[in-house]
Design a protein. Structure first.
Lengths: 288, 325
């Protein structure tokens, strides 16, 4: 029976996302990853940092579903805890990016002039380097670690949010309702925070979502180079890096973290795509 | 400066707005005078109409009068206060006295705002302390005032028709009890039947609330019906001021505008004198009368010397070397 409530849900944005095949499947994957990350100590079968050298490099079994690593640590438990590291770094980094990028982009797009030109020049300059290079340079300056990884990734992705917000604000500020609000006697603060940013938000949220997937890859890359989370904190990239030494005798050490990265990033991208589809904002994303 | 008559709500003197643009990145700078040396009085409690074809600067004039854009020269006095020299904070306070209704009702309300929230915004912006119950009452009153149903208060703009949205735009402009309302083609993007309703509403509101209107339009017949005084603009300048709605236009351009109105009654239709010639480019205006190239009565004098706005009878001002009649 189709009730009014269920029809209403199906036509809402969230409903459209969850009821589409790729949206529903990716949401399920993401939910599992997020639950693992949040409740890591509860869902992992072993402690992630207990070494058991006699059990080193064991292949997957009923006792250790994903096998053990070169120190005999349970790989599944480390991957579950690694989800925590990866998601935290990616979300905080993109949070930094979105917050600073939106502020810069809104100010540049709204006020224009010299400030706009400086911001645009800086953004275009950083846009011309790959994110990994920017992140590596920043970590080389600040030093490796979880905190500096977050900051480095956050700054590496700053350019795209600045550009996107600036383009949105420049388009929106010519709308009649902005002039109408100005005519009511509203100041810049009111216009930016009550009208421009809320209207510019949907594409930025989606772009942020897609960038989170890339940030997980970037975090894994930095972890692979030993520049991210430091041992014994598990990170997917770091686990793959230590797995390279055992690749011929215990390939599961490198395969399972790699799969975890791949599945998470694919799920995030599909989910983002489903949102783009549901909100119908592909054009606005492309313009920027 | 106290204005001599004392009954003008707004006085505009020698107002000019120049826009500059470049042809290409290294091309020469070109300037365009969208509004050129316009002086105008807006008498209190009356409807002053500004009419002219697209691009003649009437919308720019409306925004200059409210100082939504900055003037290049000249000044605007609103209730004796020079808006040009007013500090930004004082100007924002003064905005509650002068409001505007916009041409496009489809984009004049934030799509994310409900009607109620849009109508509450003027009070928030002006820092008026108003408790929830009083705000609700006031918003219901505004909604009723513009002839909308109270159940529309929680609708979003996209759920309303153009006419309903324009009513919301009017309610929003009235929220702060202004004395001057600038109407920038408020009916131009509406159906003819809806136009009549909106004009009727504006007339009723004017009488009930004692408002003064500055009414911008390109529709001379609408202007003649609705306005007490009519100002005709051509390429940024005033070419004629008609003191009453019955004054016959004597400038050739105003006459052409009048003739261009469609007459529904076939027996009353007359032969329309279509304007020949090209409209002058606003970027490089000819030295003489801007209308000379299209004017049926243009002479050598018109092409050489620009006619100044001069009195021809009581309050009737014409800028023409050879006025009709």
């Amino acid at each position: 029976m189709t009730t009014l409530a269920s029809t209403e849900f199906a036509s809402s944005t969230l409903g459209k996302v969850l009821l589409s095949p790729r949206g529903g499947l990716s949401a399920l994957c993401l939910a599992i990853v997020i639950i693992c990350a949040v409740f890591a100590p509860l869902v992992s079968p072993y402690q992630y940092d207990i070494q058991n050298l006699p059990l080193a490099n064991r292949e997957p079994s009923w006792a250790h579903w994903m096998g053990t690593d070169e120190f005999g640590r349970d790989l599944l438990s480390r991957i579950i805890h690694g989800a925590r590291t990866s998601l935290t770094v990616a979300v905080v980094a993109i949070g930094i990016s979105v917050a600073i990028g939106m502020s810069l982009g809104a100010a540049a797009g709204y006020f224009g002039g010299l400030f706009d030109r400086l911001v645009t020049a800086a953004v275009d300059l950083s846009w011309s380097f790959p994110e990994i290079l920017i992140a590596l340079i920043l970590i080389a300056i600040v030093g490796p670690g979880l905190g500096s990884t977050m900051i480095a990734i956050g700054i590496a992705y700053l350019a795209q949010f600045t550009r996107l917000t600036r383009a949105q604000v420049m388009a929106l500020k010519n709308e009649t309702y902005i002039e109408a609000t100005k005519n009511l006697g509203a100041g810049h603060f009111h216009i930016i925070f009550r009208h421009l940013l809320p209207n510019a938000l949907p594409p930025v949220i989606v772009a942020g979502m897609l960038a989170t997937g890339n940030a997980i890859i970037l975090e894994a890359t930095l972890g692979f180079f030993g520049l991210g989370a430091q041992p014994p904190t598990p990170s997917w990239g770091g686990m793959m890096s230590s797995g390279t030494a055992q690749i011929f005798i215990a390939p599961w050490i490198i395969i399972f973290p790699g799969l975890a990265i791949a599945i998470t990033v694919i799920a995030i991208n599909l989910f983002g795509d489903a949102i783009i589809e549901a909100l119908d904002i592909r054009n606005r994303l492309r313009d920027a | 400066m106290v204005d001599p008559a004392g009954d003008n709500i707004a006085t505009v003197r020698h107002l000019t707005r120049v826009f500059t643009s470049r042809r290409g990145m290294f091309g020469p700078k070109r300037t365009m005078r969208a509004v050129n040396d316009v002086s105008l009085d807006v008498p209190r409690g009356k409807v002053t109409g500004v009419v002219g074809e697209s691009g003649c600067g009437k919308s720019t004039l409306a925004r200059l009068v409210l100082r939504l854009i900055e003037a290049s020269a000249g000044k605007v006095l609103f209730e004796g206060v020079d808006l040009g020299t007013l500090p930004a904070a004082d100007l924002r306070k003064l905005r509650r006295r002068m409001q505007m209704v916009f041409q496009d009702p489809y984009s004049s309300i934030d799509p994310r705002y409900t009607i109620r929230r849009a109508l509450l915004e003027p009070y928030q912006v002006q820092g008026v302390t108003i408790d929830a119950a009083a705000a609700r009452l006031r918003i219901d009153e505004l909604i009723a005032m513009v002839g909308l149903s109270p159940r529309m208060a929680d609708s979003y703009p996209h759920q309303l028709s153009g006419g309903q949205r324009q009513r919301v735009g009017i309610a929003r402009a009235l929220a702060l009890n202004p004395s001057l309302l600038v109407l920038d083609e408020p009916t131009a993007s509406l159906d003819v039947s809806i136009q009549a309703q909106i004009i009727g509403l504006l007339e009723a509101l004017k009488n009930d609330l004692g408002l003064t209107y500055l009414f911008i339009s390109h529709d001379l017949s609408l202007i003649r019906y609705f306005c007490d005084r009519t100002v005709v603009m051509y390429l940024g300048r005033i070419v004629e001021v008609l003191p009453t709605s019955r004054t016959e236009p004597r400038h050739h351009y105003s006459r052409a505008l009048m003739d261009s109105n469609f007459e529904p009654d076939p027996n009353r239709r007359k032969v329309v004198n279509r304007l020949a010639g090209e409209i002058a480019s606003p970027f490089d205006l000819p030295p003489g009368c801007a209308f000379a190239a299209r004017c049926p009565a243009a002479t050598e004098l018109c092409r050489r010397e620009r006619p100044v706005l001069a009195q021809h009878g009581l309050g009737h001002q014409i800028a023409c070397h050879h006025p009709i009649g």
